[in-house]
Design a protein around this ligand. Sequence first.
Ligand SMILES: [Mn+2]
Length: 356
Amino acid sequence: MNKRIIQLRKVLTDKKLDGVLITSRPNTLYLSGFPGSASTIFISQKRAIFLTDFRYIEFSKERCGDSYEVMLYEKKPLVFLLEQIKNDKISKVGFEDQIVSYASYLEMSEQLKGIELISLKDDITKLRLVKEDREIETIQKAVDIADQAFTHILNYIKVGISEIDIAAEIEHFMRKNGAEKQSFDSIVASGKRSSLPHGHASNKLIESGDGITMDFGAIYNGYCSDMTRTVFIGNPEQKILDIYETVLKAQLTAEAAVKKGKTGVEIDKIARDIIYNAGYEGMFGHGLGHGVGIEVHEEPRLSVAGNTILDNGMVVTVEPGIYVPNYGGVRIEDMVVVDDDLPNVLTSSTKELIIL
Ligand SMILES: [Mn+2]
């Protein structure tokens, strides 16, 4: 954990700040390893203070007591903090302007009297972009749990059960196999509903001929996974199988192009060109992928707005889709680690056409 504090202190130097105040859960978890809510971190060149309330004091000492002065506040954390740092000559403090609500900002300003709050912009996000080996190992475990759930669900899906049955079975399986919880509400969209890119599982029953798009992930040790597969049951129409072939081609081609030095825009365009040239222009209305880590959607983005230059150790999804309104859709999603040449594909579930 010390390494991350050191990195943050470089940000302090670069931005001429006396300290930073971190209050969002993804960033407090990243900087301290403490997974609970109700924590506030203050880091200056001299001090690293971790504030929490009585519910978490013991656990947080265990988690980050080596790197932080772990302190218990009783009422207002920032009033307490100000008291702790009053002799430290702190006047300019960075805060998470892209996350903190306006109401919280006003409260911070009120409570931190005499301190000027400065926008950190994406300084913390940048620290989280490239994953350490240990983080990638943890993410791989989260990915493995989801892969196992996919294998399991193939034996469970049958005509007559509902989308909610499938989502509940996936989630139950993941929890029983090591997941803290799911990364997000599972998407199960079948038949015509599969044209909804983010169709949450409904009461719709699975019918013969349906395509079933399942998008889900597990959280393991604070890190997320995210995968999507579309499978078919009975005798699907040739038209949807052709769509599957196009999405698979786009997925494989774009995935193989992910490497250090490319931008998200470039990778997105590879998949988009394949899909549009096959006659599905306008039917791939989302970005190709996104970073995954402590948050299931984080930087960098693989999309028309993804200007970050990819670097080794970044973890991203590659998830093209085609959605034909009132007909159906297909999406295939893997997670990969950016490398010098071919990416390290973390997701191991087959992408070959599956007809149950
Ligand atoms: Mn995703």
